[in-house]
Design a protein around this ligand. Structure first.
Ligand SMILES: *[C@@H]1O[C@H](CO)[C@@H](O)[C@H](O)[C@H]1NC(C)=O
Ligand SMILES: *[C@@H]1O[C@H](CO)[C@@H](O)[C@H](O)[C@H]1NC(C)=O
Ligand SMILES: *[C@@H]1O[C@H](CO)[C@@H](O)[C@H](O)[C@H]1NC(C)=O
Ligand SMILES: *[C@@H]1O[C@H](CO)[C@@H](O)[C@H](O)[C@H]1NC(C)=O
Ligand SMILES: *[C@@H]1O[C@H](CO)[C@@H](O)[C@H](O)[C@H]1NC(C)=O
Ligand SMILES: *[C@@H]1O[C@H](CO)[C@@H](O)[C@H](O)[C@H]1NC(C)=O
Ligand SMILES: *[C@@H]1O[C@H](CO)[C@@H](O)[C@H](O)[C@H]1NC(C)=O
Length: 760
């Protein structure tokens, strides 16, 4: 088996990618002392973990914390009772009632529920999964029998991507339910084995009215759909990464509140999923009041790996959420496919951009340019509703900045005002990441640098004009992959010592399933032949939301191949096999700067599924291994840690984040000129094997690995080693300085690669 030196990229499938939404900073509602709102309440039973109590006893015990069962209005106070994801419940309470509760024995803490955001922008992929007999797809039966729990905005059950042709029944351990409304009941299947709605009032339907959950589920485990396309672009067979895995959908949005998310984990764990995929999050939220962190730890303790999107708050530093070591945290990469649209100005300058809507022949020829943004208001700069007032856009091409509303909605504003075409111009932070959206008029989305040139032309020419032409879908765009400008970056503020994000994966212009038709009616022809009675709309979407389910699908393939691997082992194999250079062997470029990406943007690198299947060695960890780490986090008392881990712990042992047995090494060297970290690796390759340390030292840092050779004689054997880093003799690191090296354990067959990151 080849090591991770070459990524075989083929294009027989379009991988579905969907949108990840990142929650913006949680707004804690301002609540008067007498106003009720949902609180999440952590309690600890004096004798027994709450998931072992009889459900009736548990319900009574939780209820005993409440003043009474209903509000004056008759509305029940209890919103959720949790068992698997945390010990506690969510209930309607006033701040005063919460204060009263604090004296009740067993009470740990309560925090007001807050709403998180979906991490959706738009996205697509190409990862070396193919039909050849020796491929990862073949050896893992495409994930057959593995259950991916998708905690999101629900599902579109009648989409062709969720057809179950030829799939076996779910495994016996499955205890979940597929609760579709009557009109959809026929669509519960061996693909969609679970569907539950946790939001939306009395009906609580799992049907996706947003699109995000459908797109995400399609990327992770969508069934193959032939002739899939977006308004004719990127035509091919759409397929999820693990097309034979089962999907269990838990609708927790909108609102994507913590109380809903914890209930999603609660159900997924109880139902028996193998993996949790969640493309939802916020920014820098403390771990003990964070539903994704709490739910994912409970999942971990049942052997379930959680894959989470890193967020769409790039390119600004340190805007990560849920950046704990047991979550596999995924940033977004741009891919090499483009639905190409070209803008040519009256002076002959050309700019290559994108659009999914490509009328042939183009009607946008030599049109006068109009820029409502000359009024310099937020509305006119970004072409929001009402922004065309006072401008004659009839039959013209309108220049619009991105932001505030969806690009396709801007095209509608322009079209309604009589405009004939639209140029979508990036903001500075969006830089070179552009999308192929399903517009209804001729359109082209261009980069920020190109936008500056277009605006300069507009301002300096008397009768500025433009022409948009289309080139269809092009592949092999270079450089590739690159880091999407919006992908959230480290370093983690809560968690120095753990490199985040863990990996990047395709997350821009990802084609996946969508609940409703898009674009102009005459282009909505959908697929060639598959499942005509089913929905077959696909769109491109971008976001770390789309990146995470690529990794969830790969994790499902690995789980199938290696059922006995721990969550940490699966995570390790994906990280240590990641690609650290692009397809031309150059450092991975950042879309935001056009320069080599920082280690805090790419983490361990770009996923490389074919090599993840046989990593040789893994950096393993048990659930208990994370407890000394949590105890060692600044400000995390025993009480706080207990809220996260749901087991009686005493913070006797504390361990720095640097000492977690992580597949990446990150150390801060402020005072010390020397620092050592210990790691251990488990042999999951050939019983008898020998690995040698191959070190690339970070600039100015001496690295010693001891021992330099690891000899294994049996499968599953563990060996430890010490990495000593030495700054002696060089000047100390500047405040924001980062130095990067690499440690590879190399055998004849394997290369187990970890970044070494030294910060001040
Ligand atoms: C809250 O309710 C109490 C008792 O009904 C009342 O005395 C008090 O004025 C109320 N406070 C506010 C801020 O509404
Ligand atoms: C429940 O308790 C609250 C606060 O103690 C009180 O205002 C309310 O009247 C009670 N409701 C019922 C139905 O007893
Ligand atoms: C833009 O400015 C012009 C001239 O001041 C004005 O007539 C027009 O209403 C403005 N349009 C918008 C949408 O602000
Ligand atoms: C708008 O511009 C078009 C094309 O230049 C022109 O025919 C039309 O009369 C203009 N409308 C107004 C209201 O000025
Ligand atoms: C849509 O389908 C019809 C009938 O199959 C075909 O005649 C037409 O050309 C198609 N339109 C597009 C835009 O593909
Ligand atoms: C990793 O550790 C877990 C928990 O201690 C153990 O069950 C598992 O066998 C170990 N090895 C692998 C490869 O997962
Ligand atoms: C650091 O390590 C080097 C080499 O191992 C050793 O010579 C030196 O004395 C150490 N310095 C400190 C401050 O421990």
């Amino acid at each position: 088996m080849a090591i991770n030196t070459n990524l075989c990229i083929l294009f027989p499938f379009l991988f579905l990618t969907s949108t990840t939404t990142v929650l913006s900073r949680p707004l804690l509602p301002v609540t008067s002392v007498n106003q009720t709102q949902v609180y999440i309440v952590h309690v600890e039973h004096p004798n027994s973990p709450s998931d072992l109590l009889h459900p009736a006893d548990r319900g009574d015990w939780y209820q005993s914390f409440l003043p009474n069962t209903t509000l004056d209005s008759g509305k029940p106070r209890m919103v959720y009772t949790y068992s698997a994801a945390m010990s506690g419940f969510a209930a309607l309470l006033t701040p005063n009632e919460v204060s009263d509760m604090e004296s009740i024995p067993g009470f740990l803490s309560a925090w007001p529920d807050h709403n998180l955001h979906l991490r959706t922008t738009y996205t697509p992929a190409l990862l070396g999964l193919d039909e050849y007999s020796s491929s990862l797809w073949q050896s893992s039966d495409k994930g057959e029998g593995i259950i991916i729990g998708v905690i999101d905005t629900g599902i579109t059950p009648d989409h062709a991507s969720f057809s179950d042709v030829g799939l076996p029944e779910p495994p016996l351990k499955w205890r979940g339910r597929c609760e579709l409304p009557t009109t959809y009941a026929a669509y519960c299947s061996n693909k969609l084995i679970g569907a539950q709605g946790l939001v939306g009032g009395a009906g609580k339907s799992p049907i996706d009215t947003n699109g995000h959950g459908t797109h995400v589920a399609g990327i992770a485990a969508g069934s193959p759909v032939d002739g899939a396309n977006v308004l004719g672009q990127a035509r091919g067979t759409a397929s999820g990464m693990a097309p034979r895995a089962h999907i269990a959908s838990y609708r927790v949005c909108r609102p994507c509140s913590d109380s809903n998310i914890i209930m999603g984990f609660d159900k997924a764990i109880t139902d028996g999923v193998d993996l949790v995929q969640i493309s939802i999050g916020g920014k820098n939220r403390p771990y003990d009041t964070n539903g994704v962190v709490i739910g994912s730890f409970a999942a971990l303790s049942k052997g379930i790996l959680t894959i989470n999107s890193a967020g769409n708050d790039g390119p600004f530093a340190s805007m990560l959420d849920n950046d704990v070591p047991w979550i596999l945290h995924v940033g977004a990469a741009n891919i090499d496919r483009r639905a190409t649209a070209v803008l040519k100005l009256g002076n002959g300058m050309e700019f290559v951009g994108m659009s999914a809507y490509q009328p042939d022949p183009s009607t946008a020829v030599d049109l006068p340019l109009v820029y409502p943004g000359v009024n310099k208001t937020q509305e006119t700069l970004s072409c929001q509703k009402g922004s065309m007032t006072g401008f004659n856009v009839t039959g013209k091409m309108v220049l619009c900045g991105t932001g505030y509303i969806d690009p396709t909605a801007k095209a509608e504003v322009v079209k309604e005002a009589g405009g004939a075409a639209i140029v979508m111009m990036n903001q500075p932070s969006e830089a070179n990441t552009i999308n192929a959206d399903p517009y209804t008029i001729p359109a082209v989305h261009i980069s920020f640098d190109d936008a500056l040139k277009v605006l300069n032309y507009f301002e300096t020419h008397k009768n500025p004009t433009g022409t948009i032409s289309f080139r269809g879908t092009e592949y092999g765009i270079r450089p590739s992959p690159t880091v999407a400008s919006f992908s959230s970056r480290g370093p983690s503020l809560l968690n120095g010592g753990i490199l985040k994000p863990d990996v990047i994966a395709p997350g821009v212009n990802i084609l996946s399933a969508w609940p409703v038709a898009v674009g102009p009616a005459d282009k909505q022809n959908l697929t060639d032949d598959t499942a005509k009675e089913k929905k077959t709309t696909f769109i491109f979407h971008k976001g770390t939301s789309m990146a995470a389910p690529h990794v969830s699908g790969v994790a499902a393939l690995l789980k199938k191949l290696h059922p006995d691997w721990s969550p940490a082992a699966i995570k390790s194999s994906i990280m240590t096999s990641a690609l650290t250079v692009d397809r031309d062997g150059n450092p991975i470029t950042d879309d935001a700067s056009g320069k080599p990406a920082s280690i805090f943007a790419v983490g361990a690198g770009h996923i490389n599924p074919p090599s993840a299947r046989d990593p040789g060695l893994v950096y393993n960890a048990s659930t208990e291994d994370y407890i000394p780490y949590l105890c060692g986090l600044r400000g995390y008392t025993t009480r706080k840690v207990r809220k996260i881990v749901k087991m009686p712990v005493k913070c006797k042992e504390k361990k720095g984040a640097e000492e977690v047995n992580y597949p990446a090494i990150q150390v801060a060297m402020v005072a010390a000129t020397n620092k050592s970290v210990t790691r251990y690796v488990t042999n999951v390759g050939e019983a008898s094997s020998s690995y040698t340390a191959d070190v690339v030292e970070p600039t100015g840092v001496k690295v010693k690995v001891n021992p330099t050779t690891l000899q294994f004689t049996s499968f599953g054997e563990e060996q430890s080693f010490v990495v000593q880093l030495n700054l002696a003799g060089t000047k100390p690191l500047g405040k924001k300085e980062v130095r990067v090296g690499r440690l590879k354990w190399v055998s004849g067959k394997h290369e187990v690669s970890s970044p070494i990151v030294v910060t001040a």
